[in-house]
Ligand binder design. Structure first.
Ligand code: PMV
Length: 366
């Protein structure tokens, strides 16, 4: 089988500065974060996952990135966050641009002025790397399209953007699509790949995600460190088998709108993720008393009301409440009454399934 990385590397070699249609321009994309229902945890090789994962894109939590680009003899990258120059983010972006240059060698002939901002606060339990890296990858694909007239087809465009986003942050590969996405090869999911994510073709189920902030502080252990600890994790093989099984069960549940199965799989995934952290060597725990109090409340409410609300967790202590759109009213009441008391200063973010990235700036007629 031909690997996409070989294909894109080969294609990149043919994108030479001499062939550029244009010398300068601007592009901008708004791209959402996503919440994983089956978790990506552990990687191999060039940012490939050890297991498949499933997520949905959010609507309110996004990054907006604009890139002004121009051909120059003295290429530079200037990065600002919300209008202010940011050296720390800047060096991460610069390293990323260096990393993707083998697929987009023309970047070496361009100066880039990148500005980025998030719709959500820092450390709010929302993966900002997913939205930031997917927005930037979309901008890079737009630059290629602008300069060479390639990637006109939307599917080809998104596929390459997903591939490039993955190299910045694995979970970012899943942010490129409306609704649900799968990343990672699974024999039961046609077309699935370790190199790119793809949308799930089921549109019926609409979910909400209310994010309950229990602690907005900096995480003591990064996701990168957590992924690394999976390399020699004692439960690695069992985890991989479980994630394959969960991916099949969850995609079936989404297709059939089987909330009973969805709730079971999603909560098992959340607790497994944190169980893996605790059983790593060295082990660590990121959950706090408030997280556990909310988990207990969720289970009690579900049992009493019959409403299929479940919790999931990212690599942090904030709780994502996942539930169907059509139970929003009753759920909102319960959140106000029972859950906000466990949140840091009563903070929560109301989000839900979104439509994927949107182009916000482009060169030429708008
Ligand atoms: O994409 P990364 O390297 O930030 O890892 C994300 C890991 C989780 O958010 C915990 C799970 C996931 O699949 O998004």
């Amino acid at each position: 089988m031909i690997r996409l990385s070989d294909l894109y590397r080969e294609h990149g070699r043919r994108l030479t500065p001499g062939d550029m249609d244009l010398q300068a321009g601007i592009t901008g994309w708004r791209s959402p974060s996503n919440i994983a229902l089956v978790k990506y945890w552990g990687k191999v090789g060039e940012q490939m996952p050890i297991n498949p994962s499933v997520s949905f894109s959010l609507s309110e939590s996004y990054t907006e990135t604009t890139v002004e680009f121009g051909v120059t003899d003295d290429p530079r990258i200037v990065f600002s966050f919300g209008g202010s120059l940011s050296e720390s983010f800047g060096s991460r972006v610069e390293a990323y641009i260096g990393r993707v240059s083998e697929y987009l060698p023309f970047l070496g002939a361009l100066s880039l002025r990148i500005d980025s901002s998030n719709s959500f606060p820092h450390s709010a339990g929302i993966a900002s790397s997913a939205s930031a890296m997917s927005a930037l990858a979309m901008c890079l694909c737009s630059i290629e399209r602008n300069l060479f007239g390639t990637l006109q087809d939307d599917t080809a465009f998104k596929r390459k953007a997903s591939f490039l986003a993955r190299l910045g942050s694995g979970s970012a590969s899943r942010s490129l699509f409306p609704g649900f996405a799968v990343w990672g090869h699974h024999p039961g999911v046609p077309g699935s790949s370790d190199e790119v994510a793809q949308p799930l073709p089921f549109r019926g189920l609409r979910l909400r995600d209310t994010i309950l902030i229990t602690d907005s502080g900096e995480k003591p252990v990064s996701s990168s460190a957590g992924h690394r600890l999976m390399e020699r994790h004692p439960y690695r093989e069992a985890r991989i088998a479980q994630a394959f099984d969960h991916t099949l069960k969850l995609t079936g549940a989404i297709r059939d709108r089987d909330m009973h199965t969805l709730v079971r799989v999603v909560e098992q995934e959340a607790l497994t993720l944190h169980g893996l952290m605790m059983s790593s060597d060295p082990g660590y725990g990121l959950l706090n008393d408030r997280t556990w109090a909310i988990i207990r409340e969720v289970r009690r409410f579900r049992e009493q009301s019959g409403i299929p609300v479940c919790f999931t967790l990212d690599a942090g202590p904030n709780v994502h409440l996942v539930y169907p759109d059509d139970h929003q009213a009753e759920t909102a009441e319960w959140i106000d009454e029972r859950l906000l008391q466990h949140c840091e200063e009563g903070r929560r973010i109301d989000d839900g399934m979104g439509r994927g990235p949107e182009e916000i700036r482009k060169t030429g007629p708008q």
